[in-house]
Write a protein that binds this ligand. Structure first.
Ligand code: SF4
Length: 332
């Protein structure tokens, strides 16, 4: 059995705002094993990135703070361990790739020097060896003419090449787990596919775990093993990727799937989930999805659905759904 790398349990995050306390993450649990990819999917504001920031310890603080739960990395809770140990783990064993490479990279330092610095600081390499490793890594993430381009600054690269450099930065210390937060959102479709392919290839090569945060179901189909769908700060469905595509067990997931454009659609109007996600300052009663849900019943307005185990007799073992009517949805 693959080693469990990350085990997030009942994580809760609040933000203090002028208008009150916003519950951005309301008890999220997920786990990632070595060599596996978990996609965390949801619309903007669903809490998927805030959860990742809490795991990485980079929540804006104040006003954001973790109010409960555990973040176990190889069995040890990052939230309660000493600051020095946590810094060591988050620096080397756990790495993050951000959506906006231009603001994540240092604009006034050549990219080769930024990569080399990682080896000098964390591995104690000489400047010369660190530079050599930096160029090798740039070559590995397929930056053409890496040796020459190591002296260029971030703004001299295209968006796709900058994202490759971000991947190289994350890979430099050969982490056990990478969290990639919308790594391809700003890129056009072809470059998106190349960057995802590279990430998947490196994940396999280094047998790492990968948490891929995205709002785009199209991006995860070929890359993820399992998917956790988030809505209004909670997980509403988890499933192996193929099962979820074939038979969603939550109306929100079905809505997301129906909104993905298909090549065989002939001029039909694209489906869109009606309405907008709720504000974390004013979550609807009962099931937070009920104002937008085509299947909503009276019970949905008053009773919040727990995360039900989607049972084996329904032909879908190992899945969960936070919907009172998951059986009907599964067989729809
Ligand atoms: Fe829709 Fe009700 Fe299920 Fe919520 S519990 S997703 S409102 S059917």
């Amino acid at each position: 059995m693959a080693a469990r790398l990350l085990d997030v349990r009942d994580l809760r995050v609040e933000f203090r705002t002028r208008d009150g306390i916003a519950e951005a993450v309301g008890g999220v649990s997920y786990a990632v094993d070595a060599g596996r990819t978990l996609a965390v999917l949801g619309e903007s504001g669903s809490g998927k990135s805030v959860t990742a920031q809490a795991v990485m310890g980079i929540l804006d603080s104040p006003p954001g703070r973790v109010t409960g739960g555990q973040v176990l990395f190889r069995g040890r809770d990052l939230l309660t361990m000493g600051a020095e140990e946590r810094r060591r783990i988050r620096g080397a064993a756990l790495a993050m790739i951000f959506q906006d490479a231009l603001s994540a990279l240092n604009p006034v330092l050549p990219v080769g020097a930024q990569l080399a610095e990682m080896y000098e600081v964390h591995r104690g390499m000489s400047r010369r060896d660190a530079r050599r490793r930096a160029v090798e890594l740039m070559d590995r993430v397929r930056i053409p003419a890496a040796g020459q381009r190591a002296g260029d600054y971030p703004h001299q690269f295209s968006g796709g090449m900058r994202q490759r450099i971000m991947i190289a930065m994350a890979m430099a210390l050969e982490p056990d787990l990478i969290i990639a937060d919308e790594p391809t959102t700003a890129l056009d479709v072809t470059v998106q596919a190349q960057v995802m392919e590279l990430l998947a290839e490196l994940r396999r090569e280094y047998a790492m775990g990968l948490v891929l945060i995205t709002h785009d179901l199209g991006v995860v189909a070929d890359v993820a093993d399992t998917i956790a769908v988030m809505y209004a700060g909670r997980i509403v469905e988890t499933a192996p990727v193929r099962d979820l595509y074939r038979r969603p067990a939550h109306p929100y997931t079905r809505g997301l799937l129906d909104s993905v454009p298909r090549v065989d659609d002939r001029g039909e109007r694209l489906y869109a989930i009606k309405g907008a996600p709720p504000s974390p300052l004013a979550l609807p009663s009962g099931c937070p999805f009920h104002p937008r849900c085509p299947r909503a019943q009276e019970v949905c307005r008053v009773e919040r659905p727990p995360l039900y185990e989607v049972t084996a007799d329904a032909g879908a073992d190992g899945r969960t759904s936070a919907c009172h009517f998951w059986k009907e949805e599964l067989h729809a």
